[in-house]
Design a protein. Structure first.
Length: 255
């Protein structure tokens, strides 16, 4: 008892410290519980958005599908852990629907659905690779890819024979071994490093097509194509035939 009396101040200080620590721990526990609740709520919100995005992609309306694309982009922004999955879903949607619009005689060329264009826009904006290797668009009627922006896309061994590519942008795209037989590339700018090594251009329509700046384009490919209007060619590919310039009486190429 004497010891207790002698050390009563110290004991009191320890007791106060313990009470303080207990109070602090209670506050920390409450804060952690609150944060867990917030994290759980946020995770639930992300999951709900992901679900809604997927459901929208399955809608019949292209505008609703486009909304689903932007919802998945939001998921990737809000939840970095889910970004890879979100972008993989967007890319998969683009692959499966890029050739959904078909060319029809006497009808305006419209190009791919709005939702596909939205997917490509998001992938480019977020600097994601557009991996379309081995894409198969074979079928009748042929796909309408008018005006599609596939800059930098990987289209190695893609198979869109007969595709209509009026005004499409394939600058920097990898078309190594792609099958463009009977494809309509008129007019089209393959500029800024598109790779045409081994691409099949047999009977492809290349009127007024710009091949300047391409890689892998050869005289053999040119000879197999159905060129009958003025072309712009790489320095090493000289058509050197009258049939490669605009015939008299036909509209000349612009630019």
């Amino acid at each position: 008892m004497d010891w207790v009396k002698e050390h009563s101040k110290e004991i009191g200080a320890v007791g106060a410290l313990l009470v303080g620590l207990a109070t602090l721990w209670a506050a920390v526990s409450t804060s952690l519980a609150t944060q867990r609740s917030v994290d759980t709520a946020e995770a639930g919100l992300v999951a709900e958005r992901f679900k809604n995005g997927i459901e929208n992609l399955g809608a019949p309306d292209a505008s609703v599908q486009a909304g689903g694309i932007y919802t998945l982009e939001r998921v990737a922004t809000d939840s970095p852990d889910d970004a890879e999955t979100a972008f993989a879903v967007i890319l998969s949607f683009v692959r499966h629907n890029l050739c959904a619009t078909k060319f029809k005689e006497d009808e305006p060329l419209t190009g791919p659905p709005r939702s596909v264009l939205a997917g490509l826009e998001v992938l480019r904006r977020r600097d994601r690779p557009i991996e379309l290797q081995g894409l198969n668009c074979e079928g009748d009627p042929v796909p309408d890819l008018t005006g599609v922006d596939l800059r930098g896309a990987d289209l190695e061994s893609a198979h869109p024979p007969g595709a209509v590519l009026h005004g499409a942008n394939l600058s920097g795209a990898d078309l190594t071994g792609a099958d463009l037989e009977y494809a309509n590339l008129s007019p089209l700018g393959f500029t800024k490093g598109a790779n045409l090594s081994g691409a099949n251009l047999t009977k492809a329509i290349i009127r007024c097509t710009n091949f300047e700046g391409t890689r892998g384009f050869t005289r053999n490919q040119l000879g197999r194509a159905g060129a009958d209007w003025k072309l712009r060619l790489p320095p090493k590919v000289d058509a050197n035939k009258k049939s490669w310039i605009a015939p008299a009486g036909r509209s000349k190429c612009k630019n």
